[in-house]
Design a protein around this ligand. Structure first.
Ligand code: UDP
Ligand code: MG
Length: 325
């Protein structure tokens, strides 16, 4: 086998504090891997600027002038981690034999990229980076993440436990990924659906090198909710089940109350009445909300809007950019 062309795709959003260090470390690693003839000398690193409002793009552009491995792709606006990652994978696909995706904050051990490639060279199409332990994450993040994986499993979604978006994909795996047209992108759920020969590589997750997480609680909850409702109709079935249960129980109660009436003991309390009204009312609202969520998703999917719009693509450009940012 000839040395494969590798592209490392790095989504970046407001990462000015860390991006320079990331660029330098990934550049060094790529040069090393090339010199060891593990990857082709046409291998590159593609930084996807997801509409950053700080100096991120400027830094990427400047570094690309002196480092031949470094390329940038700027999106027209912020579209979120998953869409930015997809933009990078699709831009890199044609020129690469395999693509590794990794976050910009160096929380994932970049040395593991070597192991991912070794696996690829033995014939795997998808290699998942899996965190051994998450001691560097806060207790809160660890618990919520753990709960999320468990919940997803319960809902019948096949997720790789403790795998974020640090993975290697072969060219043909990305070609297949492109055929999944859903607007609500949840790559961790989609990639296992592609199938092919896949395996895992374990590593320790580190602390963010600098800057803050771009996933505050609100975004994390939205991400989890999207992940669940995009992949599973179990929640809607659950609502149906509870609804049927209440219907059945209220039927029994009806018979009970009627029989009390006929027996002459009609001290039916206000409390039970008001409680059941609230309970059923709440349940109905919840059910309507959940159904609305699914209908909303269907509506969004039916529009087939683009998931991202590229502003500048240095990766697939034959000439150098003559622009000062
Ligand atoms: N990111 C992005 N667009 C966004 C939010 C995040 O491209 O809208 C990138 C971010 O720059 C980082 C990666 O996605 O490279 C993961 O984000 P972060 O490290 O903040 O998430 P965490 O590791 O805390 O879950
Ligand atoms: Mg991070």
């Amino acid at each position: 086998m000839n040395e494969p062309v590798l592209t490392i795709v790095v989504p970046c959003y407001n990462e000015e504090e860390v991006i320079k260090e990331t660029i330098s470390q990934l550049h060094k690693l790529t040069i090393e891997l090339i010199s060891e003839r593990l990857i082709s000398n046409a291998s590159k690193i593609l930084y996807v600027d997801d509409g950053s409002k700080d100096q991120t793009w400027k830094i990427i552009y400047k570094e690309s002038l002196t480092k031949e491995t470094t390329k940038g792709l700027r999106l027209s606006k912020n579209v979120g981690h998953q869409n930015a990652l997809l933009a990078g994978l699709l831009a890199a696909k044609d020129a690469s034999d395999c693509v590794v995706s990794i976050d910009a904050d160096l929380q994932d051990d970049i040395a593991v990229i070597r192991n991912l490639i070794e696996k690829f060279r033995t014939g795997y199409d998808v290699v998942y980076g899996v965190r051994k332990k998450r001691e560097t994450d806060t207790v809160f993040k660890r618990c919520t993440a753990q709960g999320f994986y468990k919940l997803m499993r319960k809902m019948g979604v096949n997720l790789v436990f403790n795998h974020a978006d640090f993975r290697l994909m072969s060219k043909r795996a990305i070609q297949e990924l492109e055929r999944f047209e859903e607007v609500n992108l949840f790559l961790r759920g989609i990639v296992p659906l592609i199938g092919f020969h896949s395996t895992f590589v374990y590593y320790d997750r580190k602390e963010r090198l600098a800057g803050e997480t771009k996933y505050p609680l609100k975004k994390m909850l939205a991400f989890a909710f999207d992940g669940i409702t995009s992949f599973s109709i179990t929640p809607i079935r659950f609502v149906l089940l509870i609804g049927s249960l209440f219907f059945f129980v209220s039927g029994l109660f009806g018979i009970y109350f009627l029989s009390l009436k006929f027996l002459g003991t009609t001290e039916l309390g206000w409390t039970s009445l008001i409680t059941s009204i609230w309970l059923i009312g709440g349940l109905q609202l919840m059910a309507i909300g959940l159904i609305g969520e699914y209908i909303g998703k269907t509506y969004l999917e039916s529009k087939h809007r683009p998931k991202f719009i590229v502003d500048i693509d240095m990766f697939n450009l034959s000439h150098t950019l003559e622009k000062d940012f």
